[in-house]
Write a protein that binds this ligand. Structure first.
Ligand SMILES: Nc1ncnc2c1ncn2[C@@H]1O[C@H](COP(=O)(O)OP(=O)(O)OP(=O)(O)O)[C@@H](O)[C@H]1O
Length: 276
């Protein structure tokens, strides 16, 4: 198998690959269609990589495969040079992960929970200071002392982000991170993502919010029915699809994933009929 795409550049420079997928296939059941089919892409140090695709396309499956929650059936997944199948614990130490629906021990306060997570990662004496600094970014210091059971969805999302960053990971993996956050928090999260990359990390996130992806991502991957349809910059996407300079990511996404204007028009008619 050609493993080139997942090799870490020994120079450790800007081209260092922190996330590498090479021909990754994953099925949930033997006879089921693969949720990921021969998926290959790479994310370099300093890059924000957006993962886009319709519902059921395989985004969460890819994320679970890079965090070690699922193992690939075939192909290679490497994070910072560690192969997930050989070194799952090394991978877990260097990633920060926020799932689409984070689960917490609801009877704990945010502070005790974030300390608990940091202790699992053996963060050391700087633990409380790191938690506090991250909480301050999201104006969350006071809320840390309330029980998690009293949190709103957005507050839980913020706690998930604080916990994911508190152990100073090298790679940040976020599944639909903007969902539930207010506009100020979305703005701050985007700042955190950019700054994290400026410091040499990589951010991989899935989203359905295409205008955020368009403005924030250095590169995107577009997946549909388990197959990666595109990997590259927004400009490369325009070039690949032979579109004009004014095309938006939304238009290019719909075109690439097979939603042409005729099918959208048809869907629009069905909506009107359904509401009559
Ligand atoms: N635990 C599971 N058992 C069986 N099939 C699953 C399981 N999880 C996901 N799938 C299937 O795998 C495919 C990819 O699902 P996945 O959750 O990765 O998509 P997604 O792109 O994250 O979707 P969404 O945008 O709706 O969250 C879908 O066909 C889904 O039905």
């Amino acid at each position: 198998m050609n493993d080139d795409r997942v090799e870490t550049d020994a120079s450790g420079g800007e081209d260092e690959i922190l996330i590498g997928f090479s021909h990754v296939t994953k099925r949930y059941a033997i006879q089921a269609e693969p949720a990921l089919s021969e998926v290959s892409f790479s994310v370099r140090a300093g890059e924000i990589f957006g993962f886009l695709g319709p519902n059921g396309a395989g985004k969460t499956t890819a994320i679970k495969t890079m965090t070690g929650m699922l193992m690939p059936d075939s192909g290679i997944v490497k994070i910072c040079g560690f192969r997930i199948t050989d070194s799952p614990e090394d991978v877990k130490k260097i990633i920060g992960y926020v799932p689409d629906e984070p689960l917490f021990y609801e009877n704990m306060t945010g502070r005790s929970y974030s300390r608990f997570i940091c202790d699992i990662f053996q963060t050391g004496p700087e633990r409380d200071e790191r938690i506090e600094r991250m909480a301050q970014v999201f104006s969350f210091s006071e809320a840390l002392d309330a029980k998690i059971s009293s949190y709103s969805h957005g507050m839980k999302q913020k706690l998930g982000i604080i916990c994911a960053l508190a152990h100073a990971p090298r790679v940040l993996i976020l599944d639909e991170p903007m969902v539930g956050l207010d506009p100020r928090s979305v703005y701050l999260l985007k700042d955190v993502m950019r700054e994290f990359c400026n410091l040499g990390g990589s951010v991989f996130f899935s989203t359905h919010v295409l205008d955020v992806a368009e403005r924030l991502c250095d590169r995107v991957g577009i997946i549909s029915r388990g197959r990666l349809l595109f990997e590259g910059t927004f400009d490369e996407l325009k070039e690949t699809s032979g579109s004009t300079g004014t095309a938006t990511l939304e238009e290019l996404f719909l075109k690439l994933t097979g939603e042409d204007s005729a099918s959208l028009e048809h869907a629009g008619k069905s909506v009107k009929e359904a509401l009559l």
